[in-house]
Every structure is written in C-alpha cells, then in structure tokens.
Design a protein around this ligand. Structure first.
Ligand SMILES: C[S@@+](CC[C@H](N)C(=O)[O-])C[C@H]1O[C@@H](n2cnc3c(N)ncnc32)[C@H](O)[C@@H]1O
Length: 496
C-alpha cells in the first residue's frame, strides 16, 4: 500500500510533498526549501478555506433550526392569543346580547378609567394658610420661584395644584414660614363639610398629622378652641410641628384613645372624626395597600370606626347655639367602612340624623348594596373617586345632633364605668358577670381580634346586613380602651 492509501478520508496531504516537475537534479538545496515552503503555504490556505466552508455550512444549518423553532413558538403564541380572543368574544357577544353594545363600551371605559386612575398618582396640591397669607400672594411668590401652578378648582378658595417646580415644594421659604401646607385636595372636603365657626369648641378626634386641624383653625381665624386628639403619641409630634409652623394658636393637642370621649371632655359644638381606615382610596400613593391589607383588617377597621363614631356623637352638645354637628370621613371607598358605619350610628343613636354636607360635587352614598339596605338618608353622604374627581378616594358624611337625651344617659353610664376602671374594679366585675352579659368592659390588654372572637363577632360585616339588626357589639366594646391605630398610620401620612 502506498503513502496516499494510508491517509484517512478528509485528512490533509503531508505538507512537504514536492511535485517532480518543479525540480531538476542540479537544483540548489535552497531552491528546494523555497519551493517546499511555497507549497506548504498553499496547502495551509486550502485547509483553512476548507474549515471555513464547513463552519459556514454549520452556521447555516443552525440558523435554519433556530428559524424553525421561532416559527413554532410564534405559532403557539398565535394559537393561545386566538383562544383568548375567542373567550373574550364570547363574553363580549353575551354582553352585547344582554345589555347592548353601548352599555358594554361604557362599562369597559369605566373599568379602564378606574384601573388607571387608581394606579396613577394624583396631582400635588397645597393649601394656602390664610392665617399667614392669601392664595393670590402665595401663588405669586411661588411663581416667582419657578413653580408652575393653578387653582385646584372652583370649589376651593385656598387650594392650588402644583404641576412642576424648579424648587423642592416642601422646602421653600414660604413653606418654612407656614404660608402653605402640602395637602391632598380630598382632604379639604371633611373640613368644608364641618364648616367650623369662629369661637366654637371643636374636637378633631383623630387628627395627626394635622392637615385638617390646621385648616379648621384657619377657618376659625385662630379663635375659639380646638382639641386636636390622636391616640398615637408618636404621630402627635408631626401634629405639634405643623401647628407651630402654621401659626395656630387656638389648639390643644391631646393623646387619648378616641373611644374615651366624651368622658375625657365633652360638650363640643362640632366634632370631626377623620377615622383610621384601610386606605383603599389612596392606593395610587401607596400601592402596598393592595398586598399588605389582610381580610381581617377589613373586618376590624369597621368595628373600631363604629366605636369611634358613637363617641364622636356623644361628645357633641346638641344644645350648641352655633353647631351640634359631627362629620365622619375616611380615605377608603369600601361600603363596610362608610355607609355601614354611618347606618350603624343612625341605628344606635336615634338622637342624630344625616344632613347635607353642602359639598357641591361628589357622588351620593349608597342606600343599598349587594342585598344590604341602608337608611334612605345615606343618599346625603358623599363619595369621591380618583377616576371621576381626579382626587383620592374619599367619603364624607355629616350628622346633626338634635337631642342630648340619649347621650346624657350614656354619659352617666360611662362615668360610672370610668370610675370603676380607676378603682381597678373592672376585671373583678367582669369575672362576676362573665356568663351573664356581653356588655362587660373587656380587659385593656386583650387584643381586639380575641375580643371579637370571644363575642362571636369575628365576622362583623355580616352583623350589619339587616337594618333592624340588634348589633350592640361595637357600642359595648367602645369601653375597650385599647388602641389599634398602628395599622392606619401609613395611610394617614399620605393624606396629610
Ligand atoms: C386618617 S388619619 C387622620 C389624618 C388627620 N385627620 C389629618 O388630616 O392629618 C387617622 C388617625 O387616627 C388615629 N387613630 C387610630 N385609632 C385611633 C383611636 N382609637 N383614637 C384616636 N385616634 C386614632 C391614627 O393614629 C391616625 O393618625
């Protein structure tokens, strides 16, 4: 077998093979080496070309495979999309058959608007502090500093919307001098509904960090007296600093659980209860509300709100010559925290009735909802939505107290019980009456969930389904002096 036959297929030829025709016998050995080098170079080139060709073919094959895989994936996606479209079309056809095309389009637009409005932050708004300046002067001063603003709307004489600013809006000299406060537009509404008068005695039951207290003080022109209460001591620091910065002189800051009123002090001309709430109206400011609120939060919150609203009502003097009003508001849009709480108050306190809020916009409150029927006067309450009113979701209601009769009796009862608490008799009495009554004062350290469970009230929402319901649980537990305000703190900062 020759040399050639021994090489495997595809193996390159040895580089030093010289064709005889290129050399003659007498040739110089140098010429031979030169020729050999030339031939070697040629063979290397051929070899490289060969490798390159093979690589090119491999690339082509790989590309083809990728194209095939992509086409298959695309096909699968299209099939899936077609399926979704088919389901959507079936729903759409059902809708159109049942309610008509325009109704469907209307609903779709509403849903989309609600979804996006809830996700997008509301415009930054500020309130001019009329104790220090006028809105006009403030606007001028801020425009001179490069702030782009305009009045919020016709409904307020003190609010400005800030579109953009070349200076930090929370640190201008005007801000530091107390000429304005950063405040959500929706937050003006409960104070406008409260309509405080000069020289009145007013309680802001859950007031920190004081956006509404300071507005009340401005409307009262620093006359009369405001009790700005909050059960969270830490939060009262912000309240105090706002009161100081804005030049408020008619306000006393106190730190009680709102449920302790009116035993702390009563006889107010007006009470504002801007209640702790789940914050469902301010999701755009704090999207974490969507995931960090548990079902139990939505059940416990109305329970606390019911206790607080009764205390607020009982703290007002129906004989006030200028007032006798209670405003209940939340930054939540749930029925359980709003209409149900108000309806409960109407049932428990027949000495109050709902009156007009005198807010000239907003949607009427619900008088019925998913099988629940509320008092017809719930129509007088007002609801605000991000997608409708371009402000945070809010609820405002206003009561007029026309008799003290009910509260006077209750007050005597409360006084008796507070005396007992002071004497440390309460736990003793509880033990004695444990089996006979639900109306015992519960231990201060008992968490509210335990209390509810022990009273069989762990599903509070159901208690209110019947208008005639005899649910006195919240009233009884208004004597529980434990505060569960922490859950609400973040939401309240947002509303400031
Ligand atoms: C909606 S925020 C109030 C915002 C305030 N009105 C403002 O405009 O700045 C609710 C407040 O209720 C307080 N709070 C919670 N439980 C309370 C209770 N049992 N008694 C009094 N205040 C309470 C919270 O600490 C929180 O500051």
């Amino acid at each position: 077998m020759g040399r050639r036959a021994k090489r495997k297929q595809g193996e390159p030829e040895p580089l030093t093979f010289l064709p005889k025709s290129k050399l003659s016998k007498g040739d110089h050995p140098g010429k031979k080496r030169k020729l050999e080098r030339e031939i070697d170079n040629k063979k290397v080139l051929e070899l490289l070309l060969d490798i390159e060709k093979k690589a090119h073919i491999l690339d082509k094959e790989k590309k083809k495979e990728e194209e095939l895989a992509n086409a298959e994936l695309q096909n699968n996606i299209e099939q899936m999309e077609n399926f979704i479209l088919l389901v959507y079309l079936i729903i759409l056809i059902n809708w159109v058959i049942k309610k008509g095309r325009s109704a469907y389009v209307e609903q779709l637009m509403k849903d989309m608007a609600m979804y996006y409005a809830n996700e997008i932050s509301r415009p930054v708004t500020i309130r001019a502090n009329t104790l220090r300046t006028s809105r006009r002067d403030l606007a001028q001063a801020l425009v001179n500093r490069g702030v782009n603003l305009e009045p919020i709307g016709k409904w307020t004489k003190v609010g400005l919307t800030v579109f953009d600013s070349s200076v930090p809006i929370g640190a201008t000299p005007e801000y530091l001098a107390g000429h304005y406060i950063l405040q959500a537009a929706s937050s003006f509404l409960p104070v406008m509904a409260l309509a405080p008068q000069e020289n009145e005695k007013i309680l802001d039951m859950a007031s920190a960090p004081g956006g509404k207290t300071t507005y009340i003080a401005a409307l009262m022109k620093n006359t009369g007296i405001i009790f700005a209460n909050d059960s969270n001591k830490e939060r009262t620091k912000g309240l105090v600093s706002n009161i100081y910065r804005l030049g408020i002189k008619n306000t006393i800051v106190c730190n009680y659980d709102g449920r302790q009123f009116p035993t702390v002090i009563g006889g107010f001309d007006r009470v504002l209860l801007d209640a702790p709430c789940s914050g469902t109206g301010v999701i755009s400011k704090d999207p974490s509300i969507k995931i960090n609120k548990l079902e139990k939060d939505f059940k416990l919150m109305p329970h606390l709100q019911k206790q607080l609203i009764l205390s607020a009502i009982d703290s007002v003097d129906a004989k006030s010559s200028t007032g006798g009003y209670i405003v209940y508001s939340t930054c939540s849009v749930t029925i359980e925290e709003n209409e149900e709480v108000v309806n409960y108050a109407l049932l428990k306190r027949p000495n109050v009735k709902l009156v007009e809020t005198d807010l000239d916009f907003g949607q009427d409150g619900f008088t019925k909802y998913r099988g629940k029927v509320f008092h017809p006067s719930l129509k007088l309450t007002k609801r605000y939505y991000p997608h409708v009113h371009n402000m945070d979701g809010f609820f405002v209601s206003k009561f007029k107290k026309f008799s003290n009769a009910f509260a006077e009796n209750k007050e005597n009862k409360d006084n008796e019980k507070v005396e007992k608490i002071k004497k440390g008799k309460i736990n003793e009495d509880n033990k004695k009456n444990e089996s006979s009554s639900k109306t015992n004062i519960t231990k201060k350290s008992q968490p509210i969930e335990d209390e509810l469970e022990s009273l069989g009230l762990d599903d509070i929402s159901e208690d209110n389904e019947n208008l005639e319901s005899d649910d006195d649980s919240s009233e009884n537990e208004s004597e529980n002096l434990e505060s569960d305000d922490e859950a609400n703190e973040e939401n309240c900062n947002l509303l400031f």
